[in-house]
Each structure stands twice: as C-alpha cells, then as structure tokens.
Design a protein around this ligand. Structure first.
Ligand code: PLP
Length: 288
C-alpha cells in the first residue's frame, strides 16, 4: 500500500506497473511533442470505484474526434481497480487516463497510461469560491460544427491555451476564467463547466457551442432538479452573467466552486446551496 503516485502503463501486452518518479515517455511521443492525445480525470473518494460510464463515453468520443483507437473499458477499469487497491484509502485520489498518438515512426500504437495520486485539497476553494474574469476565446459559438479539426468538444492534451488563460487571469488579479465566444456567449472555464442560476432556473451552455460536455455539470443538474429547480441547456450571454443569482464553475476533482467576483464586480453567493451541491457531487461519486 502506498500514498504516493501510482502509474500503470497500458499496451497490447497488458497493464504494467511502472515507477512514476522515473522517465517513462519517449521524447518523440506525439503526446509530448504536439499534445496529440486525449485524457480523462477521475476522482476516487475513500477508495471506492466511481461511476465510469460517462467518462468512457466522453473518452471514446474524444478518441473518435482525434482518430485514435479505443482501449477496452475493461482494461481501463482493471488498471483503475489496481491503482485503488495499491493505494492507502486516502480521502481523494485524482486519477488521469491518458492516450497519446504514440511515438513518431512507431506505427499506430498509442501510448496509454493511468496515473493515480492523492488529490489536491480543494476544500478551501469550495468554501470560499473564486474571482473570475471573462476572456474572449476568439471563436464564434457556432464554429465547432464547421471546423471539427479545432477539436473543441474533445478532452485533448493541448491545454497550453487554457493554462495561458489562467495565467492571464492571475495577472489581472483573478483566480479563474470564464471563456466567452466572439459573438458574446459565456462558454466554460479552462478546466470547468459553467452553471448559472436565475431564480428557479439553472442553466449551462450547450455542447454545440464548442465546450466540453461536463460530467459534473450533468450531475449538478440532477442535484438542482432534486431540489425542485428547473434545468436546461441554453445560450448564456456574457453580458447577462452579472445579473445571475449564482454562478458556479464545476469539474470532477475540484467539484463546485461559486464565483464570488465577476470582472471585479461582486456576485451573490449561496453558501448553503454550494455546500449541499458539493455534498451531492461527493456522494454520487462515492455511491454509484
Ligand atoms: N470544461 C473543460 C475545458 C474542462 O477541462 C473540464 C474538466 O477538466 C470541464 C469542463 C469539466 O468536466 P468534468 O465535469 O467532466 O470534469
């Protein structure tokens, strides 16, 4: 049993444990040189296998977008089970499933691995919330359908632009970002989905706007419905964000984080609702 990161390399011959503190990737791997690959992040709470169907659905959709092969769900699940079994049952493990296009000149064999490590503690940020700036992503909200090579709905490894946006937020004195489209719609965060509440209506932008279809957003909608609120996917104009009764950025590992400041203006926050939402997200991850 360990509380350190655990790595499993996966190839045609099976699953092999490897040392994550040693070099494991070729410098000519397309994932390393071009960010040409896909990934999923999974939160494991108290050593229990989380629900995986939505993850695999999205991983396979990302694979299809990038013309990558699909690894059997049973193989990923077996690697995850081994990672959980080898780990001390820490509060939370952050698990990453990765598949790259493989090594230059290496034929069609992808490079795949699963890395499990103790998750960062996001309890403070869940309690305190974040300040956010809106940043233009530079695309119109209908660009995804006409330019699928932008891979906008895929969870691919090229996160350099997302990381650059977070650094820009930091330069502007904020914690996080809500991307907007060039035609004025609010889209998503660099690592999270956008959920807003106006009265008893809870909304998120639809996937047709070129955002990642969030698994946490889907679970959050179930939470709000259980509380009698209505939910729907709808275009959210960036200029209307300031009039929302609540804004959250939601994602698997960090869960739901309330936006307390938007472009330097204070936003209303509902601490009780945010806490209940996070309890729900945690319990669904544990229970299914
Ligand atoms: N949108 C982007 C761009 C993301 O990177 C992520 C998570 O990494 C999300 C949304 C939230 O997805 P999920 O809730 O499935 O973690």
């Amino acid at each position: 049993m360990t509380s350190s990161p655990v790595l499993f390399l996966i190839d045609a011959s099976g699953i092999r444990r490897a040392d994550p503190s040693e070099p494991q990737l070729m410098v000519t791997d397309w994932g390393a040189t071009r960010g040409d690959g896909i990934f999923e992040s999974i939160s494991v709470i108290e050593g229990r296998m989380p629900p995986l169907d939505a993850r695999f659905d999205r991983l396979e959709a990302s694979a299809a977008d990038l013309d990558l092969p699909v690894l059997a769900r049973s193989t990923w699940t077996e690697a995850l089970a081994q990672a959980i079994a080898t780990h001390d049952p820490v509060e939370r493990l952050a698990v990453t499933l990765v598949m790259t296009r493989g090594v230059e000149g290496g034929g069609d064999s992808p490079t795949s691995w699963l890395l499990a490590r103790p998750a960062r503690d996001f309890s403070d940020i869940r309690r305190i919330g974040v300040s956010v700036v809106t940043l233009d992503r530079g695309y119109a909200s209908d660009v995804a359908a006409g330019a699928p090579w932008l891979l906008l709905g895929a969870k691919h490894l090229s996160y350099a632009t997302n990381a650059a946006a977070i650094r820009e937020a930091s330069r502007r004195g904020a914690d996080d970002v809500i991307f907007t489209s060039s035609d004025g719609l609010a889209l998503e965060g660099p690592t999270s989905s956008l959920v807003v509440r106006r009265g008893d209506l809870v909304e998120s932008p639809g996937a047709e706007t070129g955002i990642l279809a969030g698994t946490t957003q889907a679970t959050a909608f179930r939470f709000f419905e259980s509380r009698g609120l209505r939910t729907r996917f709808a275009p959210i104009r960036a200029r209307d964000l300031a009039d929302c009764d609540a804004i959250w950025l939601v994602s698997s590992v960090r869960q739901a984080v309330a936006v307390h400041t938007l472009d330097a203006h204070p936003m209303p926050v509902d601490d009780d609702l945010t806490r209940a939402l996070n309890d729900w997200l945690g319990s669904v991850t544990r229970a299914e």
